[in-house]
Design a protein around this ligand. Structure first.
Ligand code: SF4
Length: 703
């Protein structure tokens, strides 16, 4: 405790729970982890120091780290996400480091309970759950909860800890160690890693905290900074123009997630609420801008919208709540559902068509059934890869040929063909229960499914419709959103990239000439950005942008800011020329902690975190040939349906030589060896990672 009072932001302690021995200890956050801030930084540090490279995801020697950063639980906007770092069970062919990001209320509650993170290690000899209440920690028996869905588990733990407790739990999928499983807190906020919790016999973590977070800076300065941050915020994914003409708006873009407008109403609210024109200066109406149900499910979802919901301290409320009364009588599930992005369409994506069309009522019912089952069983869809795998295997007869007729006939394929949401009641519980060959294979994740069935990964990599990238995972905002920058980013992680820093800029909705003006300020030249689908050849400014995007992602995941919103490099403010503020993170971090860091210094910490992730990957793969063996790019990136050539308008196709050059330029910007893609000794030393370099050098894994 000795050092803590000098800093704000951090709660001060990291909790460590060994489920094999029942030993519960704490560590001083600042003393041990300050150089890595928190969140993913803390998670990578634990995995580097404590988990041997030959460890597999479900070994008791693997650890799972739930970590927050100094902004979690404060009044800084968009601070609600928890990083979950562990060896990733869907990473194929070897389990390498990965990190998931769980929204909701777990991060803030954990901080209020006195902890910046929880490191879980070992394996309990029977099912348990962890009760954390204001610094008091107990391992409790979960045998009665084992086998229950996430909703019932959450209710039972809330009954024991009080209704204000936040519960992060796994469902049957996690218990059964189905790699495609999630952890869910507050009933619907997911983060992957459920199977690792299951492998430790850990059913849930309940947290209750009544403490607060100290802000080190002057109160007025802090409040001013928060108001300033709010003024720069757009809609979800930092889109800064509305989707339709508005009285205040100079620009609009039909693809925008800023969907509020006069006449657009949350129809299931009581009474219904019109979203209105939502002027950017009206900070009290930010929550009306985004409606992810309407964005993902179509116009008809307005009728079912109850309100926006979301993570602690976030005005965006991207986790839209909808009420669809017909699903209660037709499918026996609750009429209320809530989620965001790909989980909103989890159920809908399995189907090719619906009887009343792609945007009809049945599609919304499928979405509701999917959300209900996925959130209760605790299933993950790997950014839609599960559904794409399912459709490909069905349409190409792979299921039939691999599982045999008897197993195949267990499913009512007529229901699937007709677009009947009831089909999901056959499929999803079987995936969660490892019931049969077909469902078990889907639950493994793409890489292990393909290996088990003797299908080459190349078959998946060459099919553009699958969007499969590598190591068992799909692309995440790649060339379609940011050309070479998107490609580079998608080469870097051991799961889908989960990086939005680049797309939150290139898809902000502003006209290209404004984006170019802002880009020149940020990365030194307007040549850093192109219009999506009208790309130009690689240049060094694009490499700078890629590095910036990756570092900001790690920074956000470590200080607890949502990378589904930040960085705030543009804004909706005409009077600012739509400029955001690239120094915002440093302002907030410095004020909250009292550890004054310039934007450059903070970016360097982010780089340390990012390079530690790289080092973990190098050590885990046991090779320094990262360029050839890790940073690979699927063939579909180099193809085009209409045979257009790269750098012509209308295609997102990339050119192979140009991408080779792009990788080279990125490695140079990052301070990595151009041939192998491993950080140079100078880079490790510049970032204070000499010990990491030494350890890798002993294994001949350095440049
Ligand atoms: S933008 Fe959405 S996911 Fe991000 S903190 Fe806000 S509510 Fe949560």
């Amino acid at each position: 405790m000795g050092k803590m009072p000098q800093y704000g932001g951090w709660a001060g302690k990291v909790l460590r729970v060994d489920l094999s021995t029942g030993r519960i200890t704490t560590e001083d956050t600042v003393e041990k982890y300050k150089d890595y801030i928190g969140g993913t930084g803390l998670g990578y540090k634990v995995l580097w120091d404590e988990v041997a490279p030959e460890t597999r995801a479900f070994d008791p020697e693997n650890k799972i780290v739930f970590a927050t950063g100094p902004l979690a639980g404060t009044s800084a906007p968009c601070n609600g996400r928890t990083a979950i770092t562990t060896l990733w069970p869907t990473c194929w062919p070897k389990h390498l480091v990965g990190s998931g990001h769980m929204g909701g209320h777990f991060a803030a509650e954990l901080k209020y309970a006195g902890f910046d993170g929880v490191i879980v290690e070992g394996r309990a000899d029977h099912p348990v759950w962890l009760a954390i209440a204001d610094g008091k920690v107990e391992i409790r028996d979960a045998r009665r909860l084992w086998g229950q869905g996430i909703r019932r588990t959450t209710l039972e733990i809330s009954r024991q800890m009080g209704p204000e407790a936040v519960v992060a739990a796994i469902g049957q999928a996690g218990e059964n160690m189905v790699p495609m499983s999630v952890i869910i807190n507050s009933v619907s906020h997911s983060g992957a890693g459920g199977a690792v919790m299951g492998s430790k016999n850990l059913k849930a973590i309940g947290v209750r905290g009544t403490g607060s977070i100290r802000i080190a800076g002057n109160r007025e300065e802090w409040e001013k900074a928060v108001r300033y941050h709010l003024s720069l915020i757009g809609a979800n994914n930092q889109i800064v123009v509305p989707s339709s003409p508005q009285p205040w708006a100079e620009h609009y873009n039909p693809g925008s997630r800023w969907v509020a407008s006069r006449g657009r109403t949350w129809g299931a609210a009581n009474p219904p609420i019109e979203t209105g024109s939502c002027e950017p200066q009206n900070l009290n109406r930010i929550a009306y801008r985004t409606n992810n149900a309407a964005f993902f499910l179509g116009e008809q979802a307005w009728r079912y919208t109850v309100r926006g919901n979301g993570c602690t301290g976030c005005p965006i409320r991207c986790h839209t709540m909808i009420k669809v009364p017909t699903v209660a009588s037709k499918y026996g599930i609750p009429e209320i559902g809530q989620s965001t992005c790909v989980r909103m369409i989890f159920g809908k994506w399995f189907f090719k068509s619906f009887p009343d069309g792609p945007l009809g009522e049945t599609s919304i019912e499928a979405a509701m059934v999917g959300m209900h089952l996925a959130d209760d069983l605790g299933l993950w869809d790997n950014y839609g890869q599960l559904q794409r795998d399912f459709q490909k295997c069905y349409s190409e007869g792979i299921f039939q040929s691999k599982v045999g007729e008897k197993e195949f006939r267990r499913y009512s394929w007529d229901k699937f063909e007709k677009g009947d949401p009831a089909f999901l009641f056959e499929l999803l519980p079987r995936i969660a229960g490892k019931d049969g060959e077909l469902a078990s294979a889907l639950g493994l994740g793409t890489g292990f499914m393909l290996e088990g069935w003797g299908i080459s990964e190349e078959a998946w990599k060459s099919d553009r419709t699958l969007q499969y990238w590598k190591l068992g995972h799909p692309k995440h905002h790649s060339n379609e959103d940011a050309g070479q920058c998107g490609v580079i980013i998608n080469t870097q992680y051991n799961r889908d990239a989960q990086c939005h820093s680049h797309t939150n800029f290139t898809r902000n909705g502003l006209p290209l000439e404004i984006q170019k003006r802002l880009a020149a300020d940020l990365w030194g030249s307007d040549a850093a950005v192109d219009a999506a689908g009208d790309f130009t050849p690689m240049n060094v400014y694009k490499a700078k942008m890629a590095k910036w995007a990756l570092l900001r992602k790690e920074l956000h995941d470590s200080i607890s800011l949502c990378n589904w919103m930040g960085p705030w490099s543009s804004s909706p403010l005409k009077e600012r020329g739509y400029k955001g503020d690239d120094t915002l993170e440093s302002l907030l971090y410095s004020l909250v902690t009292g550890d004054r860091k310039s934007p450059r210094e903070l970016d360097e910490v982010a780089e340390r975190i990012f390079v530690l992730h790289r080092a973990l990957t190098i050590r885990g793969m046991g090779t320094r040939e990262m360029r050839a063996k890790h940073d690979t790019i699927p063939d579909w990136v180099y193809g085009d349906d209409k045979d257009r050539i790269p750098f012509t308008k209308g295609t997102i196709q990339m050119d192979k030589d140009d991408i080779r050059k792009a990788m080279q330029m990125f490695y140079e910007e990052a301070g990595w060896d151009k041939e192998t893609g491993v950080p140079t000794g100078a880079t490790y030393r510049r970032l204070g990672l000499s010990d990491v370099e030494e350890k890798l050098a002993k294994k001949r894994l350095t440049a």
